[in-house]
Design a protein around this ligand. Structure first.
Ligand SMILES: Cc1cc2nc3c(=O)[nH]c(=O)nc-3n(C[C@H](O)[C@H](O)[C@H](O)COP(=O)(O)OP(=O)(O)OC[C@H]3O[C@@H](n4cnc5c(N)ncnc54)[C@H](O)[C@@H]3O)c2cc1C
Length: 438
């Protein structure tokens, strides 16, 4: 094991975690980081694992999917989680950190590993393997170009224009109906019909809703390529009703007539637990999305597992270009980790780094690919990245909809989530034991 040195490119959340996991399991690592010499539009320091925006790693409650993911990562001795615990600040039920100390602890623990060497340099071409690319949503241009060449232009995206995703359970079945336009398909969409009055109320709320601040690196081209719903609304009262909300080919079975407008929800995952709001890419603040989109009939109690976002985000079409162990089909000695695989979020990126490192380790040891159990949050994210069936692959936060549904549990959503958590942690314990991953 000692003779192989793995290059890890990028010392962000994913790269730092991957380097740690490899080194502590006996692999030598050469960790590249281009900052501070060459920076990104969002980073401001030369620190490892810099948190570019919020200092929160979200919920710490294991009955919440982000909390479950943390619990799972801790079972696998995650560096990012250990550093977060060591530098936590009070934040209610969330795990928030002192970001400066957090980065310092990550660096300190990583550099204390005798098997880790660090090179402060930008990598501009695909390295020889074995290597992990973990250069994040703001991967520098030369490396992004090399990745585009490897994956094909159409499999590497440069920005997110993401529509919100809601859980199917939270959509009111009494106010919605299943159908595809002109009766095509098998009732593939869940439709939320709006009367003229309901449409007007929604339209007015959209016009006055607050948008998120625009960052310097977000280009106008983003908005021209994929128009946010609120921008469309500003073009005229009826524009949405002629666009994504057009009612043509749809009959509301309750009235027997065509609604004034229709919001369509499309299945997002194989088990059908998640629904995507078709055409609702948006730049509204998260709170505003909840407030305004819940005015849509059927969505009054919608649970948003992902809000819409628009920002620069380099990521590959994982299901089209990656093997189940996160290596490239076109270059199996090259592995990918972090947000660039199509996970979304600090903790998800670190989790991705952890899984990629264990997969690479498995490859070095000559075993079959490690497939994380479907019941775990880690497995749910892995399946999204390498096997999502969505024709419109987009980054995803961890959520319970990525896991197979639980057997019947009495009680509300919280009880159901607790059952999913217990099942996940048990599956992970078995997996760790079976694969000797302690
Ligand atoms: C503006 C912005 C705000 C965000 N806010 C949040 C938030 O509040 N909460 C949240 O959970 N998620 C947020 N995210 C999403 C995401 O979780 C973070 O971007 C996260 O840091 C991703 O982790 P990563 O390891 O994949 O990438 P990063 O943490 O970005 O790490 C990648 C590293 O690679 C380095 N690098 C890039 N190119 C090269 C190269 N060619 N050679 C060498 N090094 C290179 C970079 O300098 C960087 O250190 C945000 C993303 C963006 C862009």
């Amino acid at each position: 094991m000692e003779e192989t040195e793995v290059a890890v490119i990028g010392a962000g959340l994913a790269g730092a975690e991957a380097a740690w996991q490899l080194a502590r399991r006996g692999v030598r690592v050469l960790l590249y980081e281009m900052r501070p010499e060459r920076t990104t539009p969002a980073h401001t320091t030369g620190d490892f694992a810099e948190l570019v925006c919020s200092n929160s790693l979200r919920s710490d409650d294991p009955a919440n999917a982000a909390g479950l993911l943390k619990a799972e990562m801790e079972k696998l001795d995650s560096l990012i989680l250990a550093a977060a615990r060591a530098t936590a600040v009070p934040a209610g039920g969330a795990l928030a950190v002192d970001r400066v100390r957090f980065s310092a602890v990550v660096a300190e623990r990583l550099l204390a590993q005798p098997r880790v060497r660090v090179r402060r340099a930008e990598v501009t071409a695909l390295p020889p393997g074995p290597a992990v690319i973990a250069t994040g949503p703001l991967t520098s241009e030369p490396l992004a170009a090399a990745l585009r060449e490897l994956t094909g232009r159409e499999a590497l995206y440069f920005f997110d224009a993401v529509a919100p995703i809601v859980t199917r359970d939270s959509v009111d079945p009494e106010r919605t109906f299943r159908a595809a336009r002109y009766g095509r398909g098998d009732g593939d969409y869940l439709n939320c019909p709006l009367s003229e009055e309901e449409y007007d109320r929604f339209y007015e709320a959209l016009l006055t809703a607050e948008t998120a601040p625009v960052r310097g690196f977000e280009t106008k081209a983003v908005f021209e390529g994929c128009m946010p719903i609120e921008v469309m609304a500003r073009r005229g009262r009826r524009t949405m009703a002629f666009g994504p909300l057009k009612p043509v080919g749809l009959t509301d079975p309750r009235t027997g007539g065509r609604p004034y407008a229709v919001v369509q929800l499309r299945q997002e995952n194989q088990s059908g637990t998640l629904l995507n709001m078709v055409g609702f890419q948006t730049h509204l603040r998260h709170g505003e999305q909840g407030r305004v989109f819940r005015l849509i009939p059927g969505l009054e109690r919608a649970e948003f597992v992902r809000y819409g976002v628009m920002h620069r985000n380099t990521y590959v079409n994982g299901p089209a270009v990656l093997n189940p162990d996160f290596s490239f089909r076109a270059r199996p000695d090259l592995f990918l980790a972090g947000q660039i695989t199509g996970v979304e979020g600090y903790i998800e990126s670190a989790a991705s780094g952890l899984m990629t490192a264990l997969s690479l380790l498995r490859r070095l040891r000559g075993g079959p690919a490690l497939i994380f159990p479907a019941e775990t949050a880690l497995g749910g994210l892995a399946a999204h990245v390498t096997a999502s069936p969505s024709p419109d692959y987009q980054p995803m936060n961890v959520n319970f909809g990525l896991l197979p549904p639980a057997a019947r549990v009495s009680g509300g959503r919280r009880e159901k989530n607790r059952a999913l958590t217990a099942r996940a942690l048990k599956a992970l314990d078995d997996f760790i034991r079976r694969h000797d991953l302690d």
